[in-house]
Design a protein around this ligand. Structure first.
Ligand SMILES: C[S@@+](CC[C@H](N)C(=O)[O-])C[C@H]1O[C@@H](n2cnc3c(N)ncnc32)[C@H](O)[C@@H]1O
Length: 383
């Protein structure tokens, strides 16, 4: 309840709050799993839970009652927990002054969901699937209703965990992106948005030298820690810098001499993250519609900044964990118009469950149980 209160009232990040509360509580592992499911699930399905509850309250409940009713409704709607157990445990977590109220409302909710979540009459898809209107409207408009709703439904499930053979936990679609860079032994690779280093470490394992950049010092520290843990410090050079203004001068060292060229450049740009909502249960309530175009502008600037550093035949890879047109196809079109020398790489499709998307590739969350991801592989061919 404390975690839910902080996520809701203080706008705290769900993963950070939950980790802190779990540390404090030292619960056995199955209780940790249950707490995680209740906090993440209730946060994710907040809008659907409120819809159920709001039919049985006369005025909006205060913050504490709201959190209790949500977690109760979540259990009734979306878990296999028997209703009597869900209600009595939730009532037991309430302060004495709220117990009667929480009990009465949850009993009525329980009656209403006896036929399961499908028995409820939902006013619209956004309420049923528990997303803000703008996300539903945008994706339905851009992907079509059936495809968009399948993506959004898939992202209401907890993510699967994929562990690489070196022990690093990384979503499969992210691994496909790192592989699509095609780094080879002896090459110089620039990863401009590299923290925490998932793709950088995978690329470095090929024997390439990776310059792994991130704007934020504390995040660059995560790359260093991951490189050290995986025994890759010799092949990963961590640089703290802004990808919109690359710090390479002209001799390959930071700041001076002839132009530093790279064989491959990965721009794994900050994005709206609409393909990775499984992983961040509170993200859907945090992102704003206006951020999409702002991020697309940032993505364009980051891509443009890399062009002077592409050697002849160098590969430029752009990826984002989202599927908005502005951050995928429109970026591709912009690059095509502005840099005719950047051509799609020849050869077979990249490894993974990709579908063609512009000159690049898209994987949706429902396609292969991964995050939704866009990938564009281009080659610098000066005429
Ligand atoms: C999608 S994440 C990168 C994930 C990483 N490539 C991996 O595979 O582990 C985007 C990263 O961009 C960084 N970032 C945001 N703005 C930046 C900027 N202006 N310059 C460089 N990095 C930036 C963020 O700190 C974040 O670590």
């Amino acid at each position: 309840m404390e975690a839910l209160r902080r996520i809701d009232e203080d706008d705290a990040f769900a993963n950070l709050v939950l980790a802190k509360e779990l540390d404090r509580l030292s619960l056995p592992s199955r209780d940790r799993r249950l707490v995680t499911e209740l906090v993440y699930g209730t946060t994710r399905m907040r809008r659907a839970c409120d819809h159920l509850v709001d039919r049985f309250v006369l005025e909006p409940p205060g913050a504490q009652a709201r959190a209790l009713l949500r977690v109760g409704a979540y259990q009734l709607l979306f878990t296999g927990i028997p209703p009597y157990a869900a209600i009595s445990a939730t009532v037991a977590a309430a302060p004495p002054r709220l117990r009667g109220f929480v009990n009465a409302v949850l009993r009525r909710c329980s009656d209403a969901v006896r036929g399961g979540a499908d028995a409820i009459s939902w006013p619209d898809d956004a309420t049923r699937l528990s997303y803000p209107d703008w996300i539903i409207d945008l994706l339905v408009g851009e992907l079509g209703r059936a495809t968009a709703l399948a993506s959004l439904e898939a992202m209401n499930q907890a993510p699967s965990v994929t562990t690489r053979d070196d022990g690093y936990i990384q979503d499969l679609a992210s691994q496909w992106v790192a592989v699509a860079v095609g780094a080879r032994s002896g090459e110089r690779v620039l990863d401009t948005c590299a923290a925490p280093g998932g793709k950088a470490t995978l690329m470095a394992r090929s024997g390439a030298t990776v310059v792994a950049m991130d704007r934020y010092t504390h995040r660059a520290g995560l790359i260093r820690a991951n490189a050290a843990r995986l025994g890759l410090t010799d092949r990963i050079e961590v640089v703290v810098a802004d990808a919109q203004r690359l710090p390479f001068g002209t001799d390959g060292a930071v700041g001076t001499g002839t132009v530093a060229r790279f064989d491959r450049v990965l721009v794994d740009a900050p994005c709206s993250g609409l393909g990775a909502l499984r992983r961040r249960p509170d993200a859907r309530w945090r992102i704003e519609a206006a951020a999409v175009e702002r991020l697309a502008e940032l993505q364009r600037e980051m891509l443009a900044a890399t062009v002077p550093f592409l050697g002849d035949g160098a590969r430029l890879v752009y990826s984002v964990c989202t599927m908005t047109r502005a951050e995928t196809i429109a970026i591709d079109q912009w690059l095509r118009d502005r840099y005719p020398n950047l051509e799609p790489v020849a050869g077979p499709p990249p490894e993974g469950a990709w579908r063609p998307w512009g000159r690049g590739w898209l994987v949706l969350p429902q396609d292969a149980g991964t995050d939704g991801m866009f990938l564009l592989q281009l080659e610098w061919n000066p005429t």
